[in-house]
Every structure is written in structure tokens, then in C-alpha cells.
Design a protein around this ligand. Structure first.
Ligand code: UDX
Ligand code: ADP
Length: 477
């Protein structure tokens, strides 16, 4: 089966970059990305590539090459479904915020709506590809809807989970460690899998394209993210121990990572992992295990989340204790809001929770992030519902100049490892701050020796923390 037209429903962080790369590598295939969000589609169609709704290094060049040739962005979902032989579902599957499974299970509302829309619009047989992260056995539900609500057309459901990481999405898509295609083990299922394998084979070596049954594919995605998040929580747990001893978590990470059985990646201690996938996928795994009565398995994975929450909270508490146990009315500069560098995505970013903790203590925050908008930062805080939007606006200032963020502050908290932070003129920043100038590096990546030479009191994850000076001593100094 040769595919000439693809449709992708959902023009987000996954759908947009993935389809741009498929279009670039397969110029003979027409790729149409559709979304119900008009503003998003307008962003993807914007002449000015700086306005693309997703920031990813290298993405603008790929979009520029393929857009208008064989890559199209549109809100006409039905037309794209009708025309395509293969339809990717790449809509959001956030954690449920209501009802049964609230706070844990994935909300499959949008997936179901997509399935119903495909069934209603399709006028011929289709291959439907699940790209969004989904709980195991979702394909079964999608197939059920397609088979029972359509006009007699045949549907093959494939699972093709995305393993790209934000910030390196283009690299990951161009040279993936593996591509996973799961499908039904029937002749029709194998034919559909082959059609998708043939698309990836235009640029991915065949031995890196793995085919499995559909359930293994769905579960592999959750498991991969759970294992990666577990490594971060594991090193973060050790970071707390390092702070009490004279061990240094970077040295411990380097030493254990040199063991080829462990490997060096994902051993960077931090203020806590964020992103749209890790927490959501683990919660999903935990929910599924509980539903099957696998209590020990569920508890085991849940601990990864608990450790992460602990890491975020103790970073905020550490700031408060070093500011003499009160941050009330004090200006604290926050550098970075995105959940990692090189992305404008803020979903589940540790910065949100650290900020909320400090705001509960009546701190005044001044936030700077090179890629995140003011509107997004306020949305993230408002979404927590801890205080009214008006209160958030009053307590939080968002600026476009990092020097202004730090000026007159009592402390700086570094929440994202943006490269540009290393190149700032820290002498100027130091002299513009209130003394003693304190800096809390939640990413363990600045040059602390240099900062201390300038005069900063620096605190970082996983290195011994100087004792808090008694308040009296500070007053007398
Ligand atoms: C992740 C998976 O890596 C990717 O394969 C999957 O498709 C989606 O989920 P992503 O969330 O985009 O990707 O970013 P990732 O690089 O995995 O980082 C996740 C979080 O962990 C970030 O907040 C990052 O700062 C943090 N992290 C990562 C650490 O704190 N330490 C590390 O050593 C690595
Ligand atoms: P991800 O990180 O998984 O790509 P995003 O939230 O960035 O998630 O993107 C998902 C996109 O899917 C959003 O732009 C949303 O508007 C779109 N979407 C959700 N439901 C539908 C639907 N039924 N039809 C078309 N687009 C949809």
C-alpha cells in the first residue's frame, strides 16, 4: 500500500514538528496538519517564522522548506480526513481533572471526539495512527468507535508513539534511536504497519524501526517515560543526601554514569522534572496498575512522583530558610520558567510550583524567561487556583530584561538551564542586588566558583549547603 496523503489531527508540540519532518523527508506525500484552534493554525501559517506556535531549534528551516509544497496547516478537519489514506491522531491527552480517575487517569475525551469525527467524515478505508501518549488498550476503544459509528469503511489502528524530547525535537525526529510501530497481527494489520514503516524508512534505517503488537507499543511509551523520570528522581533523592554530607551529586553522577550498565544520561540532579509527559504518563501507569489490583506496582511508580514533588518543595523551602525564614514582601528574581531549556513549553514546569510556594509566603516575584510570554506565565499560575488572577498580577512582575528582574532583589532562583544565563555580566547583577546577594541554582549549571568570587552566596542542588546564619548575626554584621 502506497500512501500519498496524510492528515494529522492536532498541531501541537508533537503533531507540528513530526509532520514537518515527514513532509521534508517525503516530498511526494501531501501532509495536512489540522487543528480546531484557529490561532494555532494561523501561527503555523505565519509568514514570519518567529511566530510559529512551537519553538524548537531548527524547526523554522524545515517548515520553510516544506510549507506550501507538501506541508499544509488548516482548520478544515473533515476535508483533510476525507482526502487522506492515513490519519495521525496527535491531540492532547491531559490528566483528568474531574470524576473517576481524577488527577491520575488520562482524559480521553479529545481522542474519542477525533475517532467519532474520523468515522463520520471518512468516505473510504483509512489507517488511523495513534501518536498521542495513551493508556494501554486505547486502540481497542478507538477501533470500537470507528467500526460502529462509520459508514461501513474499514479502519486499521496503529500505535506509533512519539519519543521526541522538546528542545531537541528536530534532532530526535531526524535521527531517532528507534521508531515503534504497533499493529494488529492480521494480514491487514501487517499491511498497514508496512505502509507506515515505509514512510519512516525514507530516512530512518530499517533496523531502527521496530514493529510490535499494538498493546506492547502503547505500554512501551509509558514505560520509557517512567524509566527516564525514575532516573531523575533517583539522582534527585541522592542530591538531598549529598547536601547533608560532603559528597557532590555531579561527581556521584559522573562516577555511576561511567558504568556502561547505568550510562551517563538523565543523571542531572535538578529542581525536579517537568514537561507534559513524565508526570502524566506515570500517573497513568499508576492508575492502570491500581485498576488491575496491582497495588505494589502502583505504589512503586507513584514514589517517583512523590520524590519529584518533594524536590520542588524543598528547593522553595531552602530559599525561604536562607532568607531568614521570611520572604514576605521581598523581591525574588526567577530566571527561567520553561520546564527545560530550548522550549517555550511550560507544562508541569518546576518553576510554577516553586513560584506558587514562594507566593504563599507573600514573596514578590520578578520573572524572566527568554521564550515564555507573560500571558503564559500568568495562565500557569492562575490554573493552580491558589489565588485570584488579580492577586497573581499584583504579586508577580514579568519582565523581558534579566538585569531588571534581578535589580533590587534579595535572591535569584534559577529554574531553567538556558545557556544565555551563563553569559550574563554577573558583576553588574551582583552590585544591583540587596546584600547579602543570594543565588539558588536549581539546575546546578552556573559557575559557582566565579559567582562566589564576585561575592554571591550560592546554593545549588546536591552540594553541601552552607549553614543558615542566625538572624541576630546577620543584623549585627
Ligand atoms: C520526555 C522524553 O524524554 C521523550 O522521549 C518523550 O517523548 C516525552 O517526554 P521531554 O519531556 O520533552 O521528553 O523532555 P526531557 O528531556 O525528557 O526532560 C524532562 C524533564 O526532566 C525536564 O524538566 C528536564 O529538565 C528534567 N531532567 C532531564 C532532569 O532534571 N535531569 C536530567 O538528567 C534529565
Ligand atoms: P502535544 O504536546 O501532545 O502535541 P498540544 O496540546 O501541544 O499537545 O497539542 C494538541 C493539539 O490538539 C491542540 O492544538 C488542540 O487544539 C488540538 N486538538 C484537540 N482536540 C482536537 C480535535 N478534536 N480536532 C482537532 N484538533 C484538536
Amino acid at each position: 500500500m502506497k500512501i500519498s496523503k496524510i492528515c494529522c489531527i492536532g498541531a501541537g508540540y508533537v503533531g507540528g514538528p513530526t509532520m514537518a519532518v515527514i513532509a521534508q523527508k517525503c516530498p511526494h506525500i501531501q501532509v495536512t496538519v489540522v487543528d480546531i484552534n484557529q490561532a494555532r493554525i494561523d501561527g503555523w501559517n505565519d509568514e514570519n517564522l518567529e511566530n510559529l506556535p512551537v519553538y524548537e531549534p531548527g524547526l523554522d528551516a524545515i517548515v520553510a522548506e516544506a510549507r506550501g509544497r507538501n506541508l499544509f496547516f488548516s482548520t478544515d478537519v473533515n476535508k483533510a480526513i476525507k482526502e487522506a489514506e492515513m490519519i495521525f491522531i496527535s491531540v492532547n491527552t491531559p490528566t483528568k481533572t474531574y470524576g473517576e480517575g481524577r488527577g491520575q487517569a488520562a482524559d480521553l475525551k479529545w481522542i474519542e471526539l477525533c475517532a467519532r469525527q474520523i468515522a463520520a467524515a471518512a468516505e473510504s478505508d483509512k489507517i488511523v495512527v495513534e501518536k498521542s501518549t495513551l493508556p494501554v488498550r486505547t486502540a481497542e476503544a478507538v477501533k470500537d468507535i470507528l467500526d460502529n459509528t462509520g459508514h461501513g469503511n474499514k479502519f486499521q489502528i496503529l500505535s506509533n508513539p512519539e519519543f521526541l524530547a522538546e528542545g531537541t525535537a528536530v534532532e530526535d525526529l531526524l535521527a531517532p534511536d528507534r521508531v515503534l510501530v504497533g499493529g494488529e497481527m492480521s494480514p491487514e494489520g501487517r499491511e498497514a504497519m508496512q505502509a507506515l514503516v515505509d514512510i519512516y524508512a525514507h530516512w530512518v534505517p530499517r533496523e531502527r524501526i521496530l514493529t510490535t503488537n499494538v498493546w506492547s507499543s502503547e505500554l512501551s511509551k509509558l514505560t520509557a517515560n517512567a524509566f527516564l523520570a525514575q532516573r531523575v528522581s533517583s539522582i534527585n533523592s541522592i542530591s538531598e543526601l549529598c547536601e547533608r554530607t560532603e559528597a557532590d551529586v555531579s561527581e556521584v553522577g559522573r562516577a555511576i554514569g561511567a558504568d556502561s550498565r547505568i550510562g551517563p544520561k538523565f543523571l542531572q540532579a535538578s529542581v525536579g522534572f517537568g514537561g507534559s509527559c513524565f508526570q502524566k504518563d506515570i500517573l497513568n501507569l499508576v492508575y492502570i496498575c491500581r485498576r488491575f489490583g496491582l497495588i505494589e506496582v502502583a505504589d512503586y511508580w507513584e514514589q517517583v512522583i512523590k520524590m519529584n514533588d518533594h524536590q520542588k518543595a524543598r528547593f522553595a523551602k531552602n530559599i525561604i530558610s536562607h532568607l531568614y525564614n521570611t520572604v514576605s514582601g521581598k523581591k525574588i528574581a526567577m530566571l527561567g520558567w520553561a520546564f527545560k531549556k530550548d522550549t517555550n513549553d511550560t507544562r508541569e514546569s518546576a518553576a510554577i510550583y516553586v513560584a506558587d510556594h514562594l507566593l504563599r509566603e507573600n514573596a514578590k516575584l520578578c520573572i524572566y524567561d527568554p521564550k515564555v510570554s507573560k500571558e503564559q506565565i500568568l495562565n500557569d499560575l492562575n490554573y493552580l487556583n491558589t489565588r485570584t488572577p488579580e492577586e497573581n498580577e499584583a504579586m508577580v512582575e514579568i519582565v523581558t530584561d534579566p538585569y531588571q528582574a534581578c535589580k533590587d532583589s534579595h535572591a535569584i532562583a534559577v529554574l531553567t538551564e538556558w545557556d544565555e544565563f551563563k553569559d550574563y555580566n554577573w558583576d553588574i547583577i551582583y552590585s544591583s542586588m540587596l546584600q547579602p546577594a543570594q543565588l539558588f541554582d536549581g539546575r546546578n549549571f552556573l559557575d559557582h566558583d566565579k559567582l562566589q568570587e564576585i561575592g554571591f552566596r550560592t546554593f545549588t542542588i546536591g552540594k553541601i549547603i552552607p549553614p543558615v546564619k542566625p538572624y541576630k548575626e546577620v543584623l549585627n554584621a
